[in-house]
Design a protein around this ligand. Structure first.
Ligand SMILES: Cc1cc2nc3c(=O)[nH]c(=O)nc-3n(C[C@H](O)[C@H](O)[C@H](O)COP(=O)(O)OP(=O)(O)OC[C@H]3O[C@@H](n4cnc5c(N)ncnc54)[C@H](O)[C@@H]3O)c2cc1C
Length: 438
């Protein structure tokens, strides 16, 4: 009879420290095999074979393998679709239990449900835990027991509920001797999966204390690069949200607030799943008559709208996979309002380009900017990109960095005139929204 093992399946929780599923797996009493699947269901759909997110995951997985090897163990890695992998694992191993962390996106929910059904058909329990946020699902509800759709009362309730219990780390290190002892066949190369590395650096995992201390004062100025750049690490779980929230609590209420926005959008996705299927949070916004001009969309994607702050943001993202938060708001608002292009086109473009792409935050950000979201910017508030530039890039340093030809003749004229576009957006939005009250 083969030895019984417990499997901890990593997905967007790529670390061995302070990790809920791993902690519980290590306490199961069986040797723990740590598993990662390069999921072809996701990878085969990526257009860009130099997608840096795949490179980041590959780098991280390789580091995890090395760390596990230092404990006499190894990382079990597959490049396949999850269900066939699990069918194979069931034949190869005597699996006692499987541990995972919750994932709130629709694809992941369906994937986990299918794996659960398969495992349960063999009487193997699949345990799932909250790990990627401080509060999820029904943990923060209004007094009436309803989910919040407005951020400020949500954040108040979040802060009233949080205590050391929720922020405490899972001391996985204490149980590292429980790792399965042995080796597996290694991590496939990026090339064997038909991807290529660019070799550019990723944001550091450590944030200097000074960055958090000065966050409130500097975070809105894109030229200062004064935000934490934790988003890619939070996306793939290479840092622990609990550790970050403790730091934020100690050093900066403003920074903590941003982490709460992240939890807020996760619970919006959980409670209002219609946003998962391409719908506006507020259904009347699905009646907007978008112009959807393809040439204008292309100009926006390429950073050639003639609005320097918009163009700088788009070029920053195209070049680095990152865009500063304020500029995400400006570029998104510009697409949905100035150009009247369906925000879902922009959402999909960001999804392709952002290293930190996360469905809940991206959809939340886009619906906020387009006015259709839960706690959204009102439809008649149309950002003026020139005023935004004056306020948040007063010396033009950010714009100069990304649009060096700004003063030259080949820089395009504005694609639309601001006042005309603003008026057009307000009229179009009003027509859609007003129908509701008829
Ligand atoms: C249109 C639009 C699209 C966006 N798409 C994404 C996305 O795909 N992935 C993503 O992680 N964030 C997204 N954001 C939110 C925000 O812009 C990024 O989280 C932030 O710019 C990442 O940089 P940072 O790590 O330096 O953030 P910091 O300012 O240092 O904030 C710390 C962390 O707080 C969280 N956070 C901050 N602001 C928000 C917010 N508004 N909503 C949710 N979480 C937040 C992030 O996890 C971030 O890493 C989007 C915002 C907009 C307006």
């Amino acid at each position: 009879m083969k030895e019984k093992i417990t499997i901890c399946w990593l997905r967007r929780d790529l670390r061995l420290q302070d990790q809920a599923a791993l902690y519980h797996a290590l306490r199961s009493g069986h040797p723990v095999v740590v598993l990662f699947i390069f999921d072809r269901e996701i990878l085969d759909d990526l257009d860009d074979r130099r997608d840096r997110r795949v490179e980041f995951i590959h780098q991280t997985v390789t580091q995890l393998q090395t760390a596990l090897q230092q404990h006499g163990s190894d990382l079990l890695v597959y490049y396949d679709r999850p269900l066939p992998v699990w069918k194979q694992l069931l034949q190869q191993y005597n699996i006692a239990q499987v541990h995972i962390n919750h994932d709130y996106e629709q694809y992941a929910i369906d994937r986990d449900a299918a794996v659960r059904t398969l495992l349960e058909s063999q009487d193997i329990p699949l345990y799932s835990y909250k790990d990627q946020c401080i509060f999820d699902r029904d943990e923060v509800l209004s007094k009436a027991g309803k989910p919040y759709s407005v951020f400020t009362p949500y954040s108040k309730a979040w802060k009233a509920k949080v205590n050391d219990f929720y922020l405490r780390s899972y001391p996985t290190e204490k149980y590292f001797k429980q790792f399965y002892q042995g080796s597996f066949s290694g991590v496939p190369t990026l090339e064997s999966m038909n991807f290529e590395a660019l070799g550019k650096p990723f944001p550091a995992q450590e944030i200097p204390v000074a960055t958090i201390e000065t966050y409130a004062e500097k975070r809105d100025y894109p030229a200062l690069e004064a935000t934490s750049r934790m988003s890619i690490h939070l996306r793939f779980g290479t840092v622990s949200i609990r550790e970050l929230a403790r730091k934020a609590q100690e050093l900066s209420p403003t920074y903590l607030n941003e982490l709460i926005w992240r939890d807020f959008y996760f619970q919006v996705l959980y409670h209002f799943p219609h946003i998962n299927t391409g719908h506006a949070f507020r259904k009347e916004y699905d009646r907007i008559q978008w112009r959807n001009n393809e040439a204008e969309f292309e100009a926006w994607c390429q950073g050639r709208t003639g609005y320097p702050l918009v163009d700088a943001g788009m070029r920053q993202m195209n070049e680095t996979g990152f865009m500063h938060n304020r500029i995400r708001m400006v570029t998104a608002s510009f697409l949905a309002k100035h150009l009247l292009i369906d925000w879902r086109w922009g959402e999909a473009y960001f999804a392709k380009k952002l290293l930190d792409y996360d469905f809940s935050a991206n959809n939340g950000g886009w619906q906020w900017a387009a006015g259709s979201g839960c706690d959204a910017s009102p439809y008649f508030r149309v950002f003026n990109p020139a005023l935004q530039a004056k306020k948040f890039d007063p010396k033009g340093q950010y714009v100069k960095k990304w649009v060096p030809e700004i003063d030259q003749v080949d820089y395009p004229d504005p694609i639309v005139e601001h006042e005309t576009a603003r008026e057009r957006a307000i009229q179009t939005y009003r027509r859609a929204v007003k129908k509701d009250s008829n």
